[in-house]
Write a protein that binds this ligand. Structure first.
Ligand SMILES: Nc1ncnc2c1ncn2[C@@H]1O[C@H](COP(=O)(O)OP(=O)(O)O)[C@@H](O)[C@H]1O
Ligand SMILES: [Mg+2]
Length: 260
């Protein structure tokens, strides 16, 4: 990992937040601080789960990383770029080439087929050569090759979320951001999706930042951080966080869903 021509952030770190504060207007004319002086770095190929109670700022944090919103103060770096220095067009280019998004609700276009849906991000990509072939391979990989020409309404919830994951991956992002991706799925579909995401991380080195309440999913990732009172706290860290020994009482939040 010898340093040569690029600063450390660009080389080894895909996402970095430095002293990030985010406040929203409180309604009574004041400011409601949601994130307070948060420092957070994610290495290339790393997988991180963000937990915390409802309203603690998990989606707010993910939106900042996804360049969809700006901090009140502090710096957000994505792939070495200071996001605040980019205009909307440059941000769109960064999102398209570096970031894949998976939301709780799949957001597939109802009038388009599965194959058309997963090709949508490639319409704005710089490099479109082989896009359809790549999309077909990914759909095959997640067991959806028999669903290429179906519209989302014909798919199960789990199949729709798998299609949404393929759409997030089609431009070969360096990082996938997922906001409660298994939140609307039954247990078996949730486990399949969790396995898929962690395999993609292991096999293709795609970094993952997931917001999840599902402990099975969080445990497949290398690191768990928790948002508490606007601060980001490291809950567990290891190259392999899976296994019963990592299940300390501190990871059992009141809203952690019982899965067995
Ligand atoms: N655009 C916004 N304007 C005002 N308040 C917001 C906005 N987005 C989020 N909030 C508030 O910020 C807090 C954190 O929200 P959010 O990040 O969605 O939490 P989480 O995803 O952890 O449930 C909540 O109190 C929410 O109401
Ligand atoms: Mg949220």
């Amino acid at each position: 990992m010898a340093a040569k021509d690029k600063p450390a952030t660009t080389r080894d770190t895909i996402v970095e937040l430095r002293g990030v504060t985010k406040s929203f207007a409180s309604g009574e004319g004041g400011e409601l601080p949601i994130l307070r002086d948060v420092d957070f770095a994610v290495a290339r190929g790393e997988s991180v789960s963000i937990v915390g109670p409802s309203g603690s700022g998990k989606s707010t944090l993910l939106n900042l990383v996804g360049t969809l919103d700006d901090p009140t103060s502090g710096t957000v770096l994505v792939d070495g770029e200071d996001v605040s220095a980019l205009d909307e067009k440059q941000r769109a280019a960064l999102r398209s080439s570096v970031i894949g998004f998976v939301f709780q609700s799949h957001h597939l276009l109802p009038q388009c087929t599965v194959l058309e849906n997963v090709l949508v991000p490639t319409l704005v990509a710089k490099e479109r050569n082989g896009a359809e072939e790549h999309a077909r391979q990914l759909l095959d990989r997640v067991g959806l090759s028999h669903r290429l020409t179906h519209r989302p309404a014909k798919l199960s919830g789990g199949e729709r979320q798998r299609a949404a994951v393929v759409r997030a991956l089609v431009n070969r992002p360096s990082i996938v951001l997922a906001d409660e991706p298994t939140g609307s799925l039954d247990r078996e579909s949730a486990e399949n999706l969790a396995e898929l995401l962690s395999e993609l991380n292991r096999e293709q080195g795609v970094a993952l930042i997931l917001v999840t309440h599902a402990r099975d999913l969080a445990e497949r990732l290398s690191r768990v951080v928790e948002l508490r009172d606007g601060k980001l706290v490291e809950v567990s860290r290891g190259t392999e966080a899976r296994g019963s020994e990592t299940r300390g009482p501190e990871t059992r939040g009141p809203e952690t869903r019982a899965t067995r």
